[in-house]
Design a protein around this ligand. Sequence first.
Ligand code: VG1
Ligand code: CO
Length: 542
Amino acid sequence: MKTVRTTPFDDQRPGTSGLRKKVAVFRKAHYLENFVQSIFEAYPKLRGGTLVLGGDGRFHNREAIQVILRMASANGISRVIVGRGGILSTPAVSHLIRKYRTRGGIVLSASHNPGGPDGDFGIKLNIDNGGPAPEQITEAIFDFSKQIAEYRIAETDDIDLDDIGDYEINEMQISVIDPVDDYAELMGSLFDFDAIRGLIAKPDFSMAFDAMHAVTGPYAKRIFEEILGAPEGTVMNGVPLEDFGGGHPDPNLVHAATLVARTKGDKGLDFAAASDGDGDRNMILGKNAFVTPSDSLAILAANAHLVPGYAGGVSGIARSMPTSQASDKVAEVLGLNAYETPTGWKFFGNLMDADLVTFCGEESFGTSSSHVREKDGLWAVLFWLNLLAATGLSVQAILDRHWERFGRHYYTRYDYEEIDSESAGGLMQDLESRLADLEGTSHGGMRVSMADNFSYTDPVDHSTSSGQGIRVLFENGSRIVFRLSGTGTSGATLRVYMETYENDPQRQHRDTAEVMQPFVEIASELAGIEQRTGRTEPTVIT
Ligand code: VG1
Ligand code: CO
């Protein structure tokens, strides 16, 4: 064991989902060590207990795991459960924490951000309920990182991560486990695998899953191809690569374009899906159909009775603030609880622990339920397959049926990436200063009923999180939301979220871009996007 003198870095404040920086930053001397020591200090529960450890396989994953193992030993952690090869998806970590009742977990991932030596790396603490550490703890980590003077580390050789088995560093036990087994078993307990097998075996049913060279490859191959009998090759890009094959492991219409193309036309796939770097996001597609994540959340909740794991009932649905109000409509009609939380999965944990909600979701391709305390990409894909099998309907028919019953929330998000941080800050501040004057004004024939900077008080622990994004609400239920991303690593990213409700079935099959165009114009005018950022077009539209 040794104690190493160090000096603080001033930029170790965790964002929406852990600390994310360029790989080069994480490779600076003491950078990772300082942050890991700050985790052990801010969350002392780990001492004397078990920790789950794994990552999405990106560049620097293995080196970081060896460092964390040595530091865990020197900090009195008694056992660490590691995925073979250092691989564990985010939802798998959450499940392992819960199943083996460990004190927490550390996930190494920058999720959908690109990897490789010039890409991003990230680290995140999950607590003993299996969910991301809440803000009080992430702030305590940051506070400690600002005054750190030394860290503890054991001096030992690397542990063999590629063979399942038990190892030791001094007093600490290390168990290298199969990363997929426990997770696959959990999925089998929630869904009707026989019905899904039957669907996949139909000669006229075709599907594909794009793992984007990220962590879900081994999970998807096991579950879809080995257990559910999908033909070999159903899983595309199924081998996790350190740089995700040079791609951007973000399952959306832009970054999973090859998969999207395979769903087009008369011969398009009946079902297609993709997941992100760390396996917590999902994109759902059908033949000539795209399911917005906000609709997906609403549809899963509305049809939960068709899935064995949820047949016992659903308590409620929570959505992040920028997510469309489609799930609120379902909650209203079915008499379920509905909650609106700030962006980021850490705000859902308390609601699920208190059984106030069963389903949670975000517009950013994140959906999940209380089976874990993270969003869960493959879970959502299996849920959709279970619905297709149980109803005999196509993806588009499920969408049509849902809209007819609950109305349709047209939705789009514009991202302006890597804009100058100061201009972005200025844009938000200026908008905020004009909020009071906005109420009652008319834009494109719609009156603003309310405009504020979203603030949330947790109903369970009563903690408050303010400054969570600017909402402009119109009298007809339409909304425009502006916020700055908390996961980017260079400059700032402005996200503009827009939605409008349509309950006339005759008008539910229009082109989203066309329907949303007036909102795009109102949003740019309200925030002065072009003047402030110099951008005439967003980087990504979803
Ligand atoms: C983004 C999404 C947010 C999500 C977060 C982490 O955050 O908008 O909904 O929870 O990423 O997801 P931001 O602050 O950049 O908007 V993941 O799959 O990157 O862990
Ligand atoms: Co992710």
